[in-house]
Design a binder for this molecule. Structure first.
Ligand SMILES: Cc1cc2nc3c(=O)[nH]c(=O)nc-3n(C[C@H](O)[C@H](O)[C@H](O)COP(=O)(O)OP(=O)(O)OC[C@H]3O[C@@H](n4cnc5c(N)ncnc54)[C@H](O)[C@@H]3O)c2cc1C
Length: 860
């Protein structure tokens, strides 16, 4: 059993934690869970497994370990329940949302003796499943806007009607704890009551709503449900006070801490594990583009953590994890001392949920493109995915923490008020009479892909270019995404042909317009989240073929005519494009042909390419090195494709080659520098030559492709950021909470404004990259120009990632649903982050430039 750090709540609690950890390690061993995986359930496991495990925990007396003995519990201090929760989360055990954790506090506090007899025993023994259904389509954070009613019946009992939404585990609950208005004539705070509803009663309907992470939340519809009198929990019309009590105790931070520690340990393990044979996905040297080679070529046994940039990142995560742990532990200590404060609970919630998002971002970034290969917690591991696909899974999963159990904005308000005495002014009387009509914006899928945000323009922008592209994309809807993705190409072929036929050639007359076209097209595609292989199959390929001159002319013509589809194998799974460590090797055959063997990794839309532009390392003689750029038909004997199920939905694939025969006419360029491998050692430390990939035609073509692709990808990221901002603004305008549109809250406006500033920066940085390419290409870029292109990718990636977090935050629980469509953007952003060089790779390029140039003298 591997031992992991705990919350540090004293030796007794630690000893208990050891027992729980041992039991859970055994109970959740792969052999036990394998047959019970259920990705549609938030726990990842089926109901049968969950119920069995809960009963087993109950039989040990652990579910209610800290419940007072007079109520039937174990009577141990709160630190025992805390470490149990922590271990449950750490092990992904379906013991997080139990009847006791969800509904325990209000039931234990307010139930009548009869209700206690009926419920508390089964809750402690793990014999029933419960759900809590508070939220409604028009009432989330602002629960006082709820419209469900429970009208008293003359003979006793109530008639319950209403629509609850986003309910965790609704489909398997035996009993549902809910709130409804019992006195609609008075403000909600004085006229709601809590009810325990048997879900088998006539009139209760449960409807699954798929979330972006693949599991279901539930709509619970109450259609004139006749409740017996003893369904009322606590005091009639006193439900608001009970609700506040319940929500405040719904969860301690210990579950979040357990999840964070587990993910941290998984990332740590991944980065600390030596990689044999194959270069780790997260390590790369930007040899071809001439940026610094300050990470040595990893020999077998190299650990990703030996890369100082990754080590620094992990150290930062470790520090933040400790901060979060202290906050969670402080809350438990306060509870032990009977001094639990709202501010501490809010602080733990904010720190832990926001840290969980940052950690998931780090995990996926550190693992490179492989980190975006998705998995489920208990299903079969996705081939090639680090930590069995957990990183990609957690990236999507952790968006909800900052939204649920009170949005973090409200917790910040609470901290300001209770810890700092900074209270918001009371809303006006008008605002206290909220519009009770539930409001939801139309699904993103129905909104047009283009809008005013795309108009903000950048220096050198050509408005006349945007118009035809907008027109072309005018009919594109997110709703079509699933349709086109199920086709063999994975994108809209008619749109692709139209783009090649109309937008691209129109701009091709001059190189200036061509580059700007690439930027504008890519940005608009991002904005509409329309999948087309523009940066990989068009911009990069076009740039490489252009740089090759006559050697590339025939292919360039075919590319632009649309008769042949190309993909540039740019990545090689290095987390950065590094041709000199290309995974494919070219061996000269006696008849003048070549044999290609190896693997090119993470090629966007590999499955739709007719021809691969493929860099391969030459083995022309002992100790010699060189680079070859080949045009390899997808149908070549010995070539095999594997498409990954990644977050991006953009068909990232591996191209495996086994002794593929390459005719001399399929070689587009060949750089045989004649240098010995050992000569490269000097380059690595100094990096002064600025061109680690050599200056032959193949290297130049690949460098041009990389620069052009990076610029186009940065533009796409800019468009994705703008699309996310658009969705957030639409929602903030349309959604009413606390009697006003979300947009009326300063926190919301500031967040949107920050997202806007990010979009502007990204667009300007990308335009600047486009400018340097325009003045230089197809000639090789100097260090400054490379740094400018790298800066575009860094800025646009950061903007898009922040936009994703911001949009999910502002769109609340609705944004979490699959049919809201927001996640198509979020996925694309994460995938683009790792393509054509991670942010740290590009920062290294910038650092190389700064090392090589002299700072301006200090002014006198
Ligand atoms: C995974 C998941 C599980 C859930 N499980 C349950 C469950 O079991 N039972 C249940 O009843 N509900 C559940 N919910 C619903 C959850 O409680 C709501 O999503 C949450 O209360 C927020 O409400 P909302 O989504 O309507 O967002 P809104 O209230 O519309 O808020 C959206 C965003 O607007 C901003 N905002 C709102 N009000 C303010 C303000 N006053 N000041 C500043 N900014 C503000 C915030 O950014 C907020 O995130 C779940 C949700 C998720 C995502």
């Amino acid at each position: 059993m591997s031992w992991h750090e705990g919350p540090g709540l004293g030796p007794d609690a630690e000893a208990f934690r050891g027992q729980v950890c041992g039991w859970l390690t055994d109970s959740l061993a792969p052999a036990r869970t394998a047959a019970h995986a259920d990705p549609r359930d938030r726990t990842g496991l089926d109901e049968q497994f969950e119920r069995r495990l809960q009963r087993a925990a109950g039989a040990r007396g652990w579910l209610g370990i800290s419940v007072p003995t007079e109520l039937g519990g174990g009577g141990r201090p709160a630190s025992f329940a805390a470490v149990f929760d922590y271990e449950a989360a750490y092990h992904d055990a379906p013991l997080v949302d139990t009847a006791l954790t969800l509904a325990g506090p209000p039931v234990l506090a307010f139930a009548s003796p009869d209700q206690r007899d009926r419920l508390v025993g089964p809750m402690l023994r793990g014999e029933i499943e419960m759900c809590i259904a508070y939220s409604e389509p028009g009432a989330g954070n602002d629960l006082a806007s709820l419209t469900s009613t429970a009208l008293a019946l003359p003979g006793g009992g109530y008639r319950l009607s209403g629509h609850k939404t986003l309910v965790t585990g609704g489909g398997k609950a035996d009993v549902c704890l809910t709130v409804a208005r019992t006195n609609p004539a008075v403000p909600a705070r004085r006229g709601v009551s809590m009810f325990l509803v048997d879900t088998a009663l006539p009139g209760v309907t449960l409807v699954p709503r798929r979330t972006m992470a693949g599991y279901d939340l539930w709509d619970v519809l109450f259609d004139d449900v006749e409740l017996p009198a003893d369904a009322l929990l606590g005091t009639r019309d006193d439900g608001w006070r009970q609700l506040s009590y319940a929500v405040e105790r719904e969860r301690t931070g210990m579950f979040s801490l357990g999840w964070c520690q587990r993910l941290f340990d998984e990332v740590h393990r991944y980065l600390a594990t030596p990689v044999d044979g194959e270069t780790p996905a997260c390590v790369g040297t930007p040899a071809c583009v001439g940026a610094p080679a300050d990470v040595g070529t990893p020999a077998d046994g190299h650990r990703p953590l030996d890369d100082l940039r990754l080590a620094d990142g992990l150290a930062a995560q470790w520090t933040q994890l400790r901060d979060a742990r202290h906050a969670a532990a402080r809350l438990i200590r306060e509870e032990l001392a009977g001094q639990r404060s709202g501010a501490s609970a809010s602080a733990a919630k904010v720190l832990l949920t926001e840290y969980a998002q940052r950690l998931a971002q780090f995990a996926t970034e550190a693992a490179g493109p492989a980190g975006t290969i998705g998995g489920t917690l208990f299903g079969p591991a996705a081939p090639g995915a680090p930590a069995a696909g957990r990183f990609a899974f957690e990236y999507l999963f952790r968006f909800d923490g900052t939204v649920s159990v009170g949005a973090n904005e409200l917790h910040r308000d609470g901290i300001a008020a209770s810890a700092l005495g900074l209270r918001a002014p009371r809303p006006s009387a008008e605002a206290r009479q909220p519009d009770r009509v539930p409001t939801r914006p139309g699904p993103a899928a129905q909104r047009p892909g283009a809008g005013s945000l795309g108009d903000a323009g950048a220096p050198g922008d050509a408005p006349t270019l945007r118009a035809p592209i907008r027109e072309l994309l005018g009919s594109w809807r997110l709703g079509r995404l699933a349709g086109v993705q199920s086709t063999s190409r994975g994108y809209d072929e008619r749109l692709w042909s139209a783009l090649l036929r109309e937008a691209w050639p129109a701009a091709a007359a001059t190189s200036d317009a061509w580059l700007t076209t690439a930027r504008v097209v890519a940005e608009e595609l991002g904005y509409a989240r329309c999948p087309l292989p523009v940066h990989s199959g068009l911009a990069q390929v076009d740039a490489a073929l252009w740089a090759l001159g006559d050697a590339g002319a025939k292919h360039r013509e075919e590319l632009r005519r649309g008769t042949t589809r190309y993909a540039l194998c740019a990545h090689d799974g290095l987390g950065s494009p590094a041709w000199e460590r290309a995974g494919v090797i070219a061996r000269a055959a006696p008849d003048g042909s070549w044999r290609l063997s190896g693997r090119a990794r993470f090629v966007p839309y590999a499955d739709s390419a007719d021809v691969f532009l493929l860099p391969a390392r030459l083995t022309t003689g002992p100790g010699r090195r060189g680079l070859l750029l080949a045009a390899v038909p997808a149908t070549a004997a010995g070539l095999r494709l594997t498409t990954h199920r990644t977050l991006s939905e953009d068909h990232l694939g591996d191209v495996d080659l086994a002794e593929v025969v390459l005719r001399p006419d399929q070689v587009l360029a060949q750089d045989d520098t004649g240098g010995r491998d050992s000569d490269r050692a000097g380059d690595r430390n100094g990096g002064d030559d600025g061109d680690g990939g050599g200056d032959g035609a193949a290297s130049r073509a690949l460098a041009a492709a990389l620069a052009m692709g990076t610029m186009a990808l940065s533009a796409e990221l800019t468009g994705l950021a703008a699309g996310l901002l658009r969705a957030a603004i639409d929602h903030a305008r349309a959604r009413t909470a606390f009697g006003q549109p979300l947009a009326a809250f300063q926190a919301v406006r500031h967040r949107a404004a920050d997202m806007y500033l990010d979009v502007l920066c990204a667009r300007d940085a990308t335009a600047a990259a486009c400018d340097v390419l325009t003045t230089t290409a197809p000639e090789p870029l100097d260090d400054h120009a490379r740094a400018v292109v790298a800066a575009a990718k860094v800025t646009a990636t950061a903007a898009a990632l922040r936009a994703a977090t911001g949009a999910h935050q502002l769109c609340g629980g609705w944004g979490h649903l699959d049919d809201a469509g927001l996640h198509h953007y979020t996925r694309a952003v994460k995938a683009a982050e790792g393509q054509l060089g991670s942010p740290s790779f590009h920062r290294a390029t910038i650092a190389h430039h700064l090392r090589g140039c002299h700072p301006a003298p200090a002014p006198r």
